[in-house]
Design a protein around this ligand. Structure first.
Ligand SMILES: *Cc1c(COP(=O)(O)O)cnc(C)c1O
Length: 351
């Protein structure tokens, strides 16, 4: 077909499987195993269908913006809210990565980055993690068109200290540096305070993991008001209403209940520590994780085989048949019960 010559062809990002069956123990997409804060259910009962007749409010003028800004001790002029952090990151690629120089990110990282780079025709180069899967800060000292990396990194779970993040930001004052903190609440320290010192740093977070709201699609970015203005200008040139009325209302309750949020994160951290012991005892090795997942390989059995056998047992984890990481699988931290079922299955498979 002739018209196909003029079609934009992309290889899309492939998210983890969303199985139909209810019997599956789903440890493959880093969702939170606990429900959102109880206030969310209460607020659902208060949603007004009448309001759905209208276009939703602009996120930056909502109660959600106010409670989020207050929670992080910033002004609303330093906050951008979007339709999940994938929306925020995609807009950030469009807004901030406009140089002819390549944008830099690690070779093993969130696999959406190269998809956006190709989609928006942003030149990019990857920098290899070291043999222990660590980001080498010195790799980000060459001239570039911007830098992006998750901290903790995905899918390794390895956390970089704030000082090392600062090293990268300070070495790249002429471009925008984006730190994707999707998993920062599981034991890491946010580099948010650096945004006061560095106007070229954008910190991105999400409600999908630590706030148990992947299905509501809420993500946000924090940084200098100038960065926020630029990303807003692009957003309002693409779609003025990315966030729906319900998400804007329900997100508020997830932020307000600080105690519930902290308790959920602590539970996941405790389960993760237990998982380290159990998996270690079964012959797995893994870097110390600061996410709600563990990136583990087995000393004898190929990861692909374990992944497939787990699947036959209705336990889904994530596996990438990709260079350097094909002998690892990423296991999301579930409830203690779900994890017990995982250990039982693994004892059968690799015991
Ligand atoms: C999960 C994840 C995101 C995206 O999350 P949203 O659900 O779109 O908010 C972004 N970056 C990393 C590294 C992630 O793991």
């Amino acid at each position: 077909m002739k018209w196909e010559e003029n079609v934009r062809k992309v290889v899309p990002y492939t998210p983890g499987e969303q199985p139909e069956s209810k019997n599956v123990i789903k440890l493959n997409t880093n969702e939170n195993p606990y429900p959102p804060a109880p206030g969310v259910a209460r607020r659902i009962a208060e949603l007004e269908p009448e309001k759905m007749r209208l276009y939703p409010a602009f996120p930056e003028q909502t109660e959600l913006a106010e409670v989020l800004a207050a929670h992080y001790g910033i002004g609303t002029d330093r906050l951008f809210i979007g339709d999940g952090s994938d929306d925020v990151l995609s807009l950030a690629f469009m807004t901030f990565f406009q140089s002819d120089q390549p944008v830099l990110f690690p070779d093993i990282t969130y696999s959406f980055y190269d998809v956006w780079a190709k989609l928006y025709r942003v030149p990019y180069e990857t920098r290899a993690l070291d043999e222990n899967f660590r980001i080498r800060t010195e790799d980000y000292r060459q001239p570039n068109g911007g830098v992006i990396f998750p901290n903790p990194n995905a899918p390794t779970g390895i956390l970089m200290g704030v000082e090392q993040v600062e090293e990268i930001v300070a070495a790249n004052r002429d471009v925008v540096v984006i730190v994707d903190e999707a998993y920062i609440d599981f034991g890491g320290t946010s580099c948010l305070p650096l945004t006061w010192k560095y106007d070229n740093l954008l910190v991105v977070q999400t409600f999908s993991k630590s706030r148990s709201m992947a299905g509501m699609r809420i993500g946000f970015a924090m940084g200098d008001p100038k960065l926020i203005k630029y990303i807003n200008d692009v957003k309002y040139s693409v779609n003025s209403y990315t966030m729906n009325y319900a998400a804007l209302q329900l997100g508020v309750e997830a932020v307000r209940d600080r105690a519930y949020f902290e308790e959920c994160c602590e539970k996941i951290i405790r389960t993760r520590e237990q998982a380290e012991k159990e998996l270690g005892g079964l012959g797995f090795t893994f870097p110390k994780s600061y996410g709600n997942f563990i990136f583990a390989g087995h000393e004898r059995m190929p990861a692909k085989e374990i992944f497939q056998k787990l699947k036959e047992n209705d336990i889904y984890v994530r596996y990438w048949d990709k260079e350097r990481i094909s002998n690892y699988m990423r296991i999301t931290i579930g409830t203690d019960e779900q994890m017990e079922a995982l250990y039982r299955a693994l004892r059968e498979i690799c015991g």
